[in-house]
Design a protein around this ligand. Structure first.
Ligand code: ARG
Length: 338
């Protein structure tokens, strides 16, 4: 029996071709892994697609609650906002994906892990570092970084290999979504003089078309973790989805930022993060009420460092662990438990 590789699979053209390409190039049987962190409409459809593309096995998981409780809430407690603008949605999803990929690799006895990142962005580094930390013995394959195929060549490859080509039109942007936010880049956005075209936005209403008047929401925090809205207790996913709808309707959460990438270049990014924007503001305001001036000053330093760690893919690092302990401790002050 051939050795196995576990491939992070989105159901798109690149990762569908990767299923076959990995088998051809490396001889591995491919097990796909697809995780929903608020980015997948139909896991079952993707599972079938993976098998159609030639996967020997296709694993899917709904990790939305885990994403919110183990990754998003700690980053909120830390006030993580990269360069004061980006609430880190894409970045904070990567360590979870790395962890689950390694778990599936262990479960299936795989020798390699593969992902669809190109060589241009931050995400490849986050996944490589996360996988390398948790599974140093696993070989990492990034087909899109190796194969050098254009989109046309990919489509041709898919047709030759009888892989059903997704009929969706190619978006003019590169988009990544999860529960914490939506990241949009490339295309005309690379020119910072260009005002983002209306089709960039999908989660937030145009500020000209928002309802008149203010909408008040009461958010209940326990040790920096939001647990309820307007007097109703609810779980993390429900809370984020509820705030997302309300804030998005009011046009809250649009960010237009030229960001300093990990790989050394500047990059113009648009983000939509309605729930994250409200929660980060509310959490900061709450802390401002109850922490001392010195605590606030120091926490801001920690927040910068913590954001950089998340952005740079260093979630599974000693320093992140140390900072998390500090952050947890300050949250006890916020709730009056010290
Ligand atoms: N620049 C952001 C980050 O590094 C967003 C990346 C979005 N990824 C994408 N494939 N569109 O976290």
């Amino acid at each position: 029996m051939a050795d196995k590789a576990v491939l992070a699979y989105s159901g798109g053209l690149d990762t569908s071709v990767a299923v076959r390409w990995i088998k051809e190039k490396y001889g591995y049987d491919v097990v796909t892994f697809t995780v929903d962190i608020g980015n997948v409409a139909n896991l079952e459809a993707i599972r079938l697609k993976a098998l159609n593309a030639g996967a020997v096995d296709a694993v899917v998981a709904d990790a939305r609650e885990q994403f919110i409780s183990d990754y998003v809430w700690p980053s909120l407690q830390a006030d993580a906002l990269y360069e004061g603008e980006y609430s880190l949605a894409t970045a904070i999803g990567r360590p979870l994906i790395a962890r689950l990929l390694v778990d599936v690799a262990r479960e299936k006895g795989a020798v390699a892990v593969a992902h669809g990142c190109t060589g241009k962005g931050n995400d490849q580094v986050r996944l490589d570092v996360g996988i390398g930390t948790l599974g140093p013995d696993l070989k990492i394959i990034a087909p899109a970084r190796e194969w050098g195929m254009t989109r046309e060549e990919l489509i041709h490859y898919a047709e030759q290999a009888a892989i059903p080509v997704p009929v969706t039109r190619k978006s003019p942007y590169s988009i990544d979504e999860n529960l914490w936010g939506r990241s949009i880049e490339t295309g005309v956005l690379e020119d910072p003089w260009v005002e983002p075209p209306a089709d960039v936005y999908a989660w937030t209403r145009d500020p000209d078309k928002t309802p008149a008047g203010a909408r008040y929401i009461e958010i209940e925090f326990v040790q920096g973790v939001p647990v309820g809205l307007d007097g109703t207790r609810m779980g993390g996913v429900k809370l984020v989805e509820t705030l997302h709808a309300v804030a998005g309707e009011h046009g809250v959460g649009r960010v237009d930022h030229v960001e300093n990438r990990l790989v050394g270049i500047k990059s113009r990014e648009i983000y939509e993060a309605p729930a994250a924007t409200v929660l980060l503001k509310a959490h900061a305001a709450l802390q401002n009420l109850v922490l001392t001036k010195d605590q606030l000053r120091f926490k801001a330093l920690v927040a910068t460092q913590y954001s950089d760690l998340i952005y740079n893919g260093l979630w599974f690092s000693g320093l992140r662990h140390n900072l998390a302990a500090y952050v947890e401790d300050t949250q006890r002050f916020v709730t009056g438990m010290v």
